[in-house]
Ligand binder design. Structure first.
Ligand code: SF4
Ligand code: SF4
Length: 383
């Protein structure tokens, strides 16, 4: 696998955009977090707006300081692309870093959907695995444009309850309308998975069978499941609408930090139900992204995911050249099916780890130089 061509492509794209964009645009993109944020293990989150009007009771973004109003993200599509070319951890191009929209806002709010489409257009043209998670209902014109811009996009539509949802999701579209929308996505040939996340105890497990039955009727073939994470605020908000999580809390005091509740039993129950009904069940959103992109991945314990015949072949010499090209000093120490150990004598360990994990789709372990922890990553895919 020619790893260096990815670095050359990114550099060429950066130079082209530098010639095209105004000095103000360049400055805006340089200062933006997309130019430096460290990708999460399952990809790089792309923000389409700031804030969210849907005000879901279980949402963590309000504890992170985001408002209940929304504004389109301040970067244009090209500015976003330029910011990504500056991000040292991101690999651009087919088979590059997984990209995910919908982590801290609903991407298709009326105020932000044109921005989201603009991003889908520029990111779709790169060929990176691209995913969007949403609770919106879009008309056919938007669906056609999404399919045109990013034919292999992985679309996750969230439905976590059917009855009395208004208390939990006061302003999001009716879940039945979402399911009908999913049917239109399927008919348009978009890779769509039902996103049952977060699983709300007593609510999602109660409605799961019905949700799955309807999704199957609308042609959905896969499901992504995810556990609820709570802060002190989320716990209180859910309690005030009659959802008692006291028996499912992890040990320790709740604060502003998000912690997963204990709900493995519910996740397993819904997963078995879905499998019995013929769905493919993904443990994680990135698995749906990898599959939609026609790639394979074995970068974590949940793998292997996707098409294993598409798992990139690894040559130690190519990896060593890649490290050298970046100006670092190091070499491959161990190569296994799903794990690469690198001895790095000089260089940015987090960068090597992030880039090679995405390029080679295996766990990357760096030995040698100190690895710093990231303070800038946020958890993704609330929708
Ligand atoms: S869960 Fe998603 S749609 Fe709901 S308020 Fe949060 S960001 Fe918005
Ligand atoms: S192995 Fe699967 S779950 Fe793990 S990072 Fe890859 S796609 Fe995601």
């Amino acid at each position: 696998m020619d790893l260096i061509k990815y670095l050359e492509f990114k550099e060429k794209l950066r130079n082209e955009l530098e010639n095209e964009l105004s000095p103000e645009s360049i400055e805006r993109a340089r200062k933006d977090p997309h130019a430096r944020r460290y990708p999460r293990p399952c990809g790089m989150t792309i923000h389409t707006g700031i804030g969210c009007t849907y005000s879901c009771t279980y949402c963590y973004i309000y504890d992170m300081g985001f408002p209940h109003k929304v504004q389109p993200y301040p970067l244009s599509g090209k500015e976003l692309l330029y910011a990504l070319t500056l991000n040292p951890y991101v690999v651009l191009g087919p088979g590059g870093t997984m990209l995910a929209m919908g982590s801290v806002t609903e991407p298709f709010l009326p105020e932000t959907r044109d921005r989201a489409l603009e991003y889908i257009k520029v990111l779709g043209s790169l060929g990176n695995p691209l995913q969007v998670s949403s609770k919106s209902v879009l008309d056919d014109e938007y669906i056609t444009r999404i399919k045109g811009y990013a034919p292999n996009i992985s679309f996750l539509e969230t439905v976590i309850c059917l009855r009395n949802c208004r208390k939990i999701e006061p302003l999001a579209p009716d879940p039945m309308d979402r399911l009908r929308f999913v049917g239109r996505l399927v008919r348009a040939g978009i890779n769509v998975s039902l996103f049952i996340r977060p699983i709300i105890p007593g609510i999602t497990d109660r409605d799961a069978r019905e949700i799955l039955l309807m999704a199957r009727e609308f042609g959905v073939k896969s499901v992504v499941l995810g556990t609820l994470r709570v802060t002190a605020g989320i716990y209180e908000r859910l309690r005030s609408i009659g959802i008692d999580l006291s028996l499912r809390l992890p040990s320790g005091k709740l604060g502003r930090e998000q912690v997963p509740i204990r709900a493995r039993d519910l996740k397993d129950k819904i997963a078995s139900l879905a499998r019995e009904m013929g769905f493919k069940v993904y443990e994680s959103a990135c698995a749906a992204n990898i599959e939609a992109a026609g790639l394979g991945c074995y970068a974590c314990k949940w793998g292997p995911c996707g098409d294993l015949s598409r798992l990139p072949s690894v040559d130690a010499g190519d990896v060593n050249e890649f490290i050298k090209y970046l100006g670092y000093s190091g070499r491959v120490e161990q190569l296994r099916d799903n794990r690469i150990v690198i001895r790095l004598d000089r260089g940015d360990a987090r960068r090597i780890e992030a880039m090679l994990r995405e390029l080679l789709r295996r766990e990357v372990v760096i030995r040698g130089v100190m690895r710093h922890h990231c303070a800038d990553s946020i958890c993704g895919d609330i929708n």
